[in-house]
Design a protein around this ligand. Structure first.
Ligand code: BES
Ligand code: ZN
Ligand code: MN
Length: 497
């Protein structure tokens, strides 16, 4: 997709295939759209003034063909609701729904009158970036394993009015985020027989080849053994696929700037192991590497943005399978930290990968460590698909993540890691058990991780609910929380320069 900020003086003179115009609930128009209404000599005003539409939601749309008085071929009117109530969420919905219409039709060049949405606390920069981000994600189609790839979207070019300098650069920032989100979605959507730990390692190598600021190092099982990663290795024990800890370095700041570490759970298929899962919806466990996908998507986005920050991405990639060599309930292993772990349930495998990856992260002396994991079904029970669940040991870090999530609409909500919950992890036979009781499952998973994060400021994002949707046509990976992580890293970069 190409992005343009045009200097054209009047919207009526833009020779696009379609102009997208927001209409407020009372039929009112923004300044730019008013000029267009003037140029069209009554045709537009007649529609918005009629009682045929409420313009309350984006479902209210009208497409005018060949309107006399403007250079564009079409004008698409879209309901924007009440002017006073337009917030970022509503604006993003407007852009996404308008793009859906545009993508379903034959319009290579579409111009958006986004400046008319710059009301309340919504700025033009945010709108320009968001338009590009929404355009990238709206145009995404999963085709990798389909022979009937359907009609490709014809949308090629999106323009907005250059109401200030560098607005195109701002659009390109949104584009980078959208492409990072799509990268995560694609990796998530690929089936487990294609998206193996080896595939993730190759994908990381490809990222490093395409971006000079990214280096990659792949730690194999032999090396993990030397490092003492008994927990990590216990997860891959039953699988025929090789497991890897993939280490990506993005160097965007000074060499001595300490990095942020992102640690992603990359279970490419979670059968549960010997504590095997029931078969209903087990296919969805191909999505159990969405934390890893988010790390890779974020690394690509920040590299594309040339963000001035140092980031180490750790991708803990393994299958979780039953076999005669698989870890058994009751087995005790020693983590890289030296703590022993009683594996009471082999389906609580994500935390076993993560605990060793977190210990490995210590060597980078990170300013912050954020792990991202589809860790617990309990997170879905509590929040459905809406929230990234955040926990951690540093309240300012969590406040910042909550704020970033709010700003970029990839929202998070915090759960407590009170010491009272830690007791659930007591074991008679090891330093810690890998599961708690029946209750507070997301929290006890967080508690387990907290035992391995004493040396740095740490936040845990449980994305079991946010990372994919399960139903119907929408079934698939969402690419969350790439937007949140990219937003967070941009605040880290800003704070430094
Ligand atoms: N990958 C799952 C978590 C999960 C389950 C995500 C369902 C999305 C949907 C994780 O490895 C897991 O199996 N967790 C167990 C932990 C339990 C055994 C303590 C869970 O949540 O049931
Ligand atoms: Zn899992
Ligand atoms: Mn599991």
């Amino acid at each position: 997709m190409q992005y343009q900020a045009t200097n054209s003086t009047s919207i009526a003179e833009i020779p696009a295939d379609c102009l997208v115009v927001p209409v407020w609930k009372d039929g009112g128009l923004g300044d730019t759209s008013e000029t267009l209404a003037g140029a069209l000599g009554g045709a537009l005003s007649a529609i918005v003034g009629s009682d045929d539409y409420t313009w309350e939601t984006t479902d209210d749309q009208q497409l005018l063909h060949d309107p006399a008085g403007c250079a564009a071929e079409r004008v698409l009117l879209v309901g924007a609701g009440e002017r006073g109530k337009l917030g970022r969420r509503e604006a993003a919905k407007f852009l996404g729904e308008a793009l859906k219409t545009v993508l379903s039709r034959n319009m290579p060049h579409v111009h958006f009158a986004v400046e008319d949405l710059a009301v309340n606390d919504i700025g033009i920069d945010w709108l320009a970036a968001r338009l590009a981000q929404e355009a990238e994600t709206a145009a995404y189609r999963y085709v990798a394993t389909k022979t009937d790839t359907k009609r490709k979207a014809v949308l090629e070019r999106l323009s907005i009015r250059a109401t200030k300098e560098n607005l195109r650069d701002v659009m390109l920032q949104g584009k980078a985020v959208g492409q990072g989100v799509n990268r995560a979605r694609e990796l998530g959507n690929l089936p487990a027989n294609i998206c193996t730990p080896t595939h993730l390692a190759n994908h990381a190598r490809e990222l490093a080849n395409n971006h000079p600021a990214i280096d990659v190092e792949v730690i194999d099982e032999a090396r993990m053994k030397e490092l003492g990663m008994g927990c990590f290795l216990s997860v891959t024990a039953g699988s025929i696929e090789a497991a890897y800890l993939i280490v990506l370095h993005y160097r965007g700041a000074d060499e001595d700037d300490k990095p942020v570490c992102l640690v992603g759970k990359g279970v490419t298929f979670d059968s549960g192991g010997i504590s095997i899962k029931p078969s209903a919806a087990m296919d969805e466990m191909k999505f159990d590497m969405c934390g890893a996908a988010a790390v890779l998507g974020t690394m690509s986005a920040i590299a594309e943005l040339k963000m001035p920050v140092n980031v180490v991405g750790l991708v803990a990639a393994s299958e979780n399978m039953p076999s005669d060599r698989a870890t058994k309930p009751g087995d005790i292993v020693t983590s890289m930290s030296g703590k022993t772990v009683e594996i009471l349930n082999t389906d609580a495998e994500g935390r076993l990968l993560l605990c060793d990856a977190l210990t490995y992260a210590e060597r980078f002396e990170p300013t912050y460590v954020i792990d991202i994991a589809t860790l617990t079904g309990a997170a879905i029970a509590a929040f459905g698909n809406e929230a990234n669940v955040v926990m951690g040991n540093d309240q300012p870090l969590m406040d910042r993540l909550l704020q970033c999530g709010h700003d970029c609409l990839d929202r998070a909500w915090q759960l407590p890691l009170w010491t009272e919950y830690q007791k659930q992890l007591d074991s008679n036979f090891a330093d810690v058990a890998n599961i708690g009781g029946k209750r507070a499952g997301s929290i006890t998973a967080g508690c387990f991780l907290s035992r391995f994060t004493e040396k740095f400021k740490w936040a845990h994002l449980d994305i079991a609910g946010s990372a994919w949707l399960s139903d119907g046509a929408a079934k698939g990976a969402t690419g969350r929380p790439v937007a949140l992580l990219t937003e967070f890293l941009s605040t880290v970069a800003q704070a430094r320069h």
